[in-house]
Write a protein that binds this ligand. Structure first.
Ligand SMILES: C[C@@H](N)C(=O)N[C@H](C)C(=O)O
Ligand SMILES: [Zn+2]
Length: 220
């Protein structure tokens, strides 16, 4: 049976919608607006770009060292960098592609392990002479996938440290060249600088400090 109320319907004053929340009384605390992070803040990439695939290869032994290099599986980056990556993702989706991350923030300790295996500064930043930009939280190792997450054909596999991985795409298949060019153009347009020797490596053109104390395990 319908509920019958004996109280009179509330009067609707001109200009006020009946669905409008009552205005807070002057003594109640204001509800805080959700705040946007500072550009420097570290954020989990998938919290902002849900369509991106994250497969951190250094969190597994499926990388050129054959060893697990770090113990976290989420990709963390500076919020300023994530905003640019979000733009790139949106642009690539217009072409039927999505982004996949192989690496994002990389602790300084991890860089030493990579360098021990391949001490060649064309392919691994020398941690004794500065830092990898990955340790700034503004750099990604990234490839393309289709909408189901299947990797697109690219010039080489990840961390293929040969001339085939460079920005001269004349020595790879037409499809691989086209895909790598689309990734390069999109990332560049969105504010990233490409590595000359590794088609997958991009750094934010805005610089951030090396984050020696950031712990991706706790996000703090
Ligand atoms: C190791 C490779 N994935 C990479 O990121 N290389 C650059 C040069 C780096 O170590 O910063
Ligand atoms: Zn890289």
């Amino acid at each position: 049976a319908p509920m019958v109320s004996s109280s009179p319907s509330p009067a609707i004053t001109a200009g006020a919608s009946p669905t409008q929340a009552p205005s807070p009384s002057p003594t109640s605390a204001p509800t805080p607006e959700p705040t946007e992070p500072w550009d420097e803040a570290f954020v989990r990439v998938t919290d902002y770009i849900p369509n991106i695939t994250v497969e951190l290869r250094y969190a597994t032994d499926n990388n050129f060292t054959g060893k697990v290099i770090y113990d976290f599986t989420d990709a963390w980056l500076r919020y300023g960098t994530v905003k640019k990556l979000m733009e790139a993702e949106n642009e690539l989706e217009k072409h039927g592609f999505r982004l996949k991350l192989w690496d994002a923030f990389r602790p300084v300790s991890a860089q030493f392990t990579l360098w021990e295996t391949v001490p060649d500064s064309r392919y691994v930043a020398n941690p004794n002479k500065g830092y990898s930009n990955h340790s700034r939280g503004d750099t990604v190792d990234v490839t393309l996938t289709d909408e189901e997450g299947n990797e697109a054909e690219m010039p080489t596999g990840f961390d293929d440290f040969t001339a085939k991985a460079d920005r001269d795409y004349s020595d790879v298949t037409e499809t691989a060249a086209e895909n790598a060019k689309l990734l390069e153009e999109t990332m560049t347009d969105c504010g990233f600088k490409p590595s000359t020797t590794e088609w997958w490596h991009y750094s934010d053109t805005d610089d951030y400090a090396v984050a020696e104390d950031f712990d991706p395990g706790t996000g703090a």
